[in-house]
Design a protein around this ligand. Structure first.
Ligand code: G4P
Length: 523
């Protein structure tokens, strides 16, 4: 590759987080339209078109998710963009969280009629913990929404982050007239009479149009103008460093469906979104993307649910150096050498022709069982071991056992393997030793059950235990008598004690009764 550094600087790798129905798919489609990858909206996942072709995993297929929509790569405005999908709703799983470990920034899409919803909040917490830059898009401005001041206020108080409006709506729904584009010092007109009136310059103060226009007579104009003045006087100052540390979120309004404000958003976002970042190893070395030796880590493994094909695909985020098809790498955990010849890359329009990839890019490595989630691969010397991916606190639990008691061996083999792979988490009841599975989303149980039957020939019986609050405590603070019917004591894979509380009240009761015991949540 001519110049690795220049190539890396063009990469922008991000995920869109949102609550279901906020408009993530619509925004993705609009971005692909802007990138010239699709010619009409309605082609991404589950709808008619290009990206629903996957033949990977029956369950995912049934739900209309596909490998090809797991990562979408396209070019826009001189940048090569990698969008990583964060499946939500019934498809929510630990993979959704883990994907956030492989991006450099995040776009948070919020429905402007609904405000911050639970799933957005959950995903936001992970993003915040990692200090990933986050950009907010309040969507559906073409509908009557909540007052923008309320939305920004809620964003700041609910999520505990400062916000900086980059644009400000002039009305919404029926009276939507445009956007004060504060960053570009212009107004973007909603449905202009002609193209030359789409962008109108602002005056020097940035609070009014430079030249008189009919827009100033529209019903929402005055209120919006007053709010802009207020923001200028009393709002947060823009600070790029704070954005890059994830302490300040630039806020945009628009309508994905109407394609309004989205192009300006994407261009502005790409200006501030960081290029691929460095990554820390277990021994606190920093691996820079420009390091010429190839390295990467596995953040997701997608199994083929066809029992005749045991192959799987491991999603690798490239951290440093250049990937070339056919290169040899070392799998750090086992020390095994592997040749990366059977690799998929995710170019939304021409997947076959890409032979090289650089930091920020995702490659899909066909795998016959070598990889686990969190694995490091590297070429050259010295050895590199990236920090482990975090474990997330499961919220759903089920008892699990083999249907056929005589088939314990394949049951144990399957469970061990799938837990190691990161498909699901495993706990054992402190007293009885019963197996308990933990997950963040229902889909994980379904995948587990399906794979146990198809890959390990082991039918399993799952009994829901309902949602629980899992809290770790240190072994020396534990007294098994602390367990009760409302707080089940289990051990995790590392033999650490964990209490599964029935609900918040049970947890509070416990905390009151044992004030010296520290209850800890994972991420
Ligand atoms: P998701 O991926 O976040 O779940 O949301 P998705 O884009 O599928 O959007 C959810 C619904 O909201 C869709 O309507 C979509 O058309 C609509 N929507 C998205 N952005 C906007 C917007 O800016 N304005 C308005 N008014 N609606 C928007 P649907 O009827 O549920 O689906 P469909 O039949 O249109 O596909």
């Amino acid at each position: 590759m001519a110049n690795l550094k220049e190539e890396i600087m063009t990469r922008r790798t991000f995920a869109i987080i949102s609550h279901p129905d906020a408009g993530k798919t619509t925004i993705t489609e609009q971005m692909l339209l802007l990138g010239g990858v699709v010619r009409s909206a309605g082609t991404v996942k589950g709808r008619q078109g290009n990206f629903a072709k996957s033949d990977w995993m029956a369950i995912e297929q049934k739900r209309g998710i596909s490998v090809t929509s797991s990562v979408l790569q396209f070019d826009f405005d001189g940048k090569r963009i990698n969008i990583l999908d964060t499946p939500g709703h019934e498809d929510f799983s630990e993979d959704t969280y883990r994907t956030l470990m492989a991006v450099d920034s995040v776009i948070m899409v919020v429905d402007s009629a609904k405000g911050i919803e639970p799933q957005t909040k959950k995903l936001f917490e992970i993003v915040k913990e990692r200090h990933i830059p986050i950009f907010t898009f309040f969507n559906k401005l073409d509908r009557d929404g909540r007052p923008p001041m309320d939305l920004v206020d809620e964003l700041e108080t609910t999520l505990g982050i400062n916000a900086y409006p980059m644009n400000w709506p002039i009305g919404s729904g029926q009276i939507l007239a445009g956007l004060f584009d504060l960053y570009h010092h212009q107004v973007e007109v909603y449905r202009p009479a002609n193209e030359s009136e789409r962008f109108l310059p602002l005056n020097a103060e940035g609070t009014d149009l430079a030249q008189a226009n009919a827009l100033q007579q529209t019903p929402a104009w005055q209120e919006s103008q007053e709010e802009v003045e207020l923001l200028q006087d009393a709002g947060n100052a823009f600070n790029e460093e704070a954005v890059l540390k994830g302490e300040l979120t630039p806020v945009f309004f628009g309508s994905a469906l109407a394609g309004f404000g989205l192009e300006t958003f994407l261009r502005t976002y790409l200006k501030f979104a960081p290029a691929p970042s460095s990554k820390q190893t277990v021994d606190h070395q920093i691996v820079e993307p420009t390091n010429p030796e190839f390295s990467g880590f596995v953040f997701k493994i997608q199994a083929n649910m066809n029992p005749n094909h045991r192959d799987r695909i491991a999603f690798v985020r490239i951290v440093s150096g250049e990937f070339e098809r056919g290169m040899d790498v070392t799998l750090q955990r086992t020390g095994k050498k592997l040749r990366l010849s059977n690799v998929t890359q995710f170019m939304a329009d021409s997947r076959e022709n890409v032979e090289n990839a650089v930091p920020g890019d995702i490659i899909g490595v066909y795998d016959t069982g070598n990889f686990q989630i969190g694995d490091t691969i590297y070429a050259g010397k010295p050895a590199i071991t990236f920090e482990e991916l975090p474990t997330f606190t499961p919220e759903l639990f089920m008892h699990v056992r083999a249907k056929n008691v005589l088939k314990q061996k394949s049951f144990h083999k399957g469970v061990t393997q799938l837990v190691q792979e990161g498909t699901i988490q495993m706990y054992t009841a402190w007293d009885s030793g019963d197996y308990i599975l933990g997950a963040v989303g229902q889909l994980q149980f379904e995948v587990f059950q399906f794979r146990m039957e198809n890959e390990y020939n082991s039918e399993v019986v799952l009994e829901p235990m309902g949602p629980k609050i899992a809290r770790w405590i240190s072994s020396d603070q534990l007294d098994p008598r602390m367990a009760s019917s409302r707080n089940l004591l289990v051990r995790d894979r590392a033999d650490q004690p964990v209490f599964l509380f029935e609900n918040m009240f049970a947890e509070r009761w416990f905390a009151d009764k044992y004030p010296d015991v520290t209850l800890e949540a994972k991420l």
